[in-house]
Write a protein that binds this ligand. Structure first.
Ligand SMILES: N[C@@H](CCC(=O)N[C@@H](CS)C(=O)NCC(=O)O)C(=O)O
Length: 321
């Protein structure tokens, strides 16, 4: 009896899922702050592939990722960042980490499927993410409100979602008959938009995208990471106080007061900050400039301020050539 014939029945009796090479090889630690939608990609993928991926319990955003030890491993100082259990594999970029901890079913069984997965992941980063952030972040108070930018971002995101909606008219998932890494990446990228700005009237025009998003959210592997994924219940409301509080947190320590005193002469030279009563007042006014690119449509530059260290957490741009 040949070896292969003898081992086939015993192989078939193995419990499903088979412990794959990926699940043992890719075990490791993920450095991230809580509820980071980028980190969700890898954490959800790990749920599907059975990879033991643990979030570092001691991670403090703005401290850990700026420490010498962290920068030695991850020079950009950004998260999410991944370290394999044996310390040999160090990765940054959320999509790459998610790919690494994925199994073949998530990555795609053949080159064509793999390319489609990659296509949607790239599309999410370039077509969804900048527009979603520029639309959502002002409402969360982590970015200055600029009416023109918000409206353009909204139009851009809705335009991209209409493309997705047409694609999903005849499909349950993006690439295959099951959840793939494409669904995980696009779903995670859209988390903020579905939670904060895609209110019922807008969702009613995106029925296929909404159905798909809810289907993905309801998968046990996804819910285990994201928890409840509530949908935006009403049109978003901008609260200028939120941004002011995040951009200028109240200083209370003696040290801060001393520093403030020192800074005062400089402050007097600056124009007093206007009191913003309505949204139009919050718009950035166009400045006279000789820059030839000023006549072209503007890209987004997004900067998040986080408490308490005022770290610029996120910058993303969308350039129009
Ligand atoms: N393209 C990267 C972006 C990573 C990124 O920008 N992470 C932010 C958190 S939202 C960060 O760590 N920022 C720290 C910093 O800029 O100092 C990815 O997808 O992982």
């Amino acid at each position: 009896m040949s070896m292969s014939k003898a081992t086939l029945p015993s192989l078939l009796s193995l419990p499903f899922p088979f412990p794959s090479e990926t699940s043992t090889m890719a075990a490791g630690v993920l450095y991230t702050y809580p509820e980071n939608f980028r980190a969700y990609k890898a954490l959800i993928a790990a749920q599907y592939s059975g990879v033991d991926l643990k979030v570092s319990p001691d991670f403090v955003f703005g401290e850990t990722n700026k420490s010498e030890a962290f920068l030695k491993k991850f020079p950009a100082g950004k998260v999410p960042a991944y370290e394999s259990a044996d310390g040999k594999v160090l990765l940054t970029e959320s999509n790459a980490i998610a790919y690494y901890v994925s199994n073949d079913a998530l990555r795609g069984a053949n080159r064509e499927t793999q390319a489609r997965v990659w296509q949607w992941a790239s599309w999410a980063d370039s077509e969804l993410l900048p527009a979603s952030c520029a639309w959502v972040f002002p409402y969360l108070g982590i970015m200055q409100f600029n009416k023109q930018n918000v409206e353009r971002a909204k139009a851009d995101l809705l335009g991209a979602l209409r493309v997705l909606d047409a694609h999903l008219l005849t499909r349950t998932f993006l690439v295959t008959e099951r959840v793939s890494l494409a669904d995980i990446v696009v779903f995670s990228t859209l988390l903020h938009a579905f939670r904060h700005v895609l209110e019922p009237a807008l969702r009613s025009e995106l029925v296929n995208v909404t159905r798909w998003w809810r289907t993905v959210a309801a998968q046990p592997q996804v819910a285990a990471v994201v928890g409840d994924a509530p949908l935006c219940a009403e049109p978003p409301h901008y609260d200028p106080k939120k941004f002011q509080e995040l951009a200028h947190p109240k200083k209370d320590s003696k040290k801060d007061k001393k520093a403030e005193k020192k800074e005062q002469p400089k402050k007097k030279e600056q124009a007093a900050e206007p009191a913003h009563d309505d949204l139009d007042e919050l718009e950035e006014k166009p400045k006279e400039s000789k820059d030839p690119f000023d006549s072209m449509p503007k890209g987004y530059v997004i900067i998040i301020h986080t408490k308490p260290n005022q770290i610029s957490c996120f910058v993303t741009c969308n350039y129009y050539y």
